[in-house]
Design a protein around this ligand. Sequence first.
Ligand SMILES: Cc1cc2nc3c(=O)[nH]c(=O)nc-3n(C[C@H](O)[C@H](O)[C@H](O)COP(=O)(O)OP(=O)(O)OC[C@H]3O[C@@H](n4cnc5c(N)ncnc54)[C@H](O)[C@@H]3O)c2cc1C
Length: 590
Amino acid sequence: MDYKAPLSQIMLTLNHAAGLQAGIASGVFSDLGDGLAEAVLEEAAKFGENVLAPINHAGDRTGAALADKVVTTAPGWRSAYQQWIDGGWNALTGPASHGGQGLPHLLNSACLEIWSAANMAFTLCPVLGMGAVEAVSAHGTDELKSIYLEKMVSGAWTGTMNLTEPQAGSDLALLRTRAERAGDGSYRIKGQKIFITYGEHDMAENIVHLVLARLPDAPAGTRGISLFLVPKFLVNADGSLGRRNDVFCSGLEEKMGIHASPTCTMIFGDQEGAIGWLIGEENRGLNCMFTMMNNARLATALQGVALADVATQKATHFAHERRQGRAPGDAGPGPAAIIRHPDVRRNLMIMRTMTGAARAICYLTAQALDHAHRAKDPQTRQEAGARAALLTPLAKAFSSDIGNEVTSLGVQVHGGMGFIEETGAAQYMRDARIVAIYEGTNGIQAIDLVQRKLGLANGATVAREIADMRATLALLGQRNTPGFGKTHERLTAAVDSFEQAAGWLHGALAAEPALALAGATPFLRLFGLARGGVSLAAMALAAANDAHEASATGDARFFAECLATAAPGLALSIMEGGTFALEPGFGGLQ
Ligand SMILES: Cc1cc2nc3c(=O)[nH]c(=O)nc-3n(C[C@H](O)[C@H](O)[C@H](O)COP(=O)(O)OP(=O)(O)OC[C@H]3O[C@@H](n4cnc5c(N)ncnc54)[C@H](O)[C@@H]3O)c2cc1C
């Protein structure tokens, strides 16, 4: 089965879950009018289907290789990357001042979903480059921007994100990489970074590393971390490439998935010190890196949606082909296509609707990010920024969890063949595993949601989200056709449960933080079920009387009646089930 970008589903979500049409009308997305969004997506789909997807499975088998500090990417990668640059894809959201097209995150998010579904291991390279462009644009000096940005925006030079060290993963306060002032405005960086995605490769002529390090007089902890730009090749005054900088790849990880994405151990300053330049202010590097990480978090969320979607496509195709047993009500001897068995149908519906809900949440997040930058009214910008902050951990953790669950169900639908690599279902499951771990583990995302995001604007941000969901529910209540079944009741219960749990967590955070943190992961899932379910209902309402009506209504109904029903139970486990975190030795866990 060849990958086909789900363009009509993507457009439905963009228009009716993420407000693309409304944004075109109001002017926020005026640059996407006159069919531009559809045209770009069609071309992005061709690139994904014709260039990236055909090399995905071969890349998984071959992987990247390291010899003499040089990383060779999988067959076809270099040529695909050149086509990527030539097609201008890298520059989609880049700043117009440096050769970018300055298009909205919303459109880029839909494109990233398509490219990641076609070939996640490839797409990781440009994703990191786009994040680096954002960080340098937002925090770099004019000089750094004039030297680096144009090449980074075009994709001629790629970007990396260097946070992790052996002793410092989730806890960046433990960073040890050192930076010393060289006296000429530059710095000398020394240290080791691990797990650096595309830290070294052969697809571009230069690699721009963004590196977190500590100055000698830096305060301890996260307030003593600075961000540096460290190029693989130094750049001469005329913009040509100069000598090799003192940064090398010393090892490649052998991984469970994304084999074709080189995961590198990077040694900075083994000789004289890697030459780097400060981005932003000294000791404020984590703030600057967050610009890149937030971008990367949404991209990671989209990887979850992407793998879930392609796994669903493959499993649905297989379920039509594979014949086993008699389906209920069959008159003939069988065997029936397995898609006719209720249990297989349930799996396929879970796959399709969970993917749709996660997609809606991701696109909503992208829309909020765009409004935060593009809306004319300052208050709208400020509220949209807060909404993006609230939705980012939800998008990252919910969508990447869904990526894992749906790709696993994809293997299940294939039966024994799902376990056999030849089918390709297993690769999606292996590739999906990392999305719940990198860019901040999902546990840390849930903590971020509860500890920092619930209290944004004294709770006004989450209150606005609840009001937004209730507005859709009111519409659904008015137009409740029989096809929606119990959608309205079940989603109302899900939103009620979310509101109740949010209120309880607010109190618990002040009284007994361990109790609140114990409930963080189920709370994030509860939020995903409520927000995702309501967005599916909004899409179904908008699709009334058009070609999508039956599938959109069916999706909303299945999600509400079969999945969102978990919401009240999750609220109970949040509010009543946290004792295990309070009592040392609970259940014998020492
Ligand atoms: C394939 C791959 C690519 C990567 N790419 C990059 C990259 O390009 N750049 C980069 O800098 N890094 C990269 N990473 C690193 C990645 O971001 C980290 O692995 C991740 O942040 C988790 O850190 P850790 O592995 O040290 O796990 P740990 O921090 O040791 O966490 C272990 C477990 O403990 C939990 N935990 C930890 N702290 C807390 C806490 N305070 N509260 C509750 N639970 C907690 C975690 O949720 C997790 O379940 C990559 C990793 C991989 C495997």
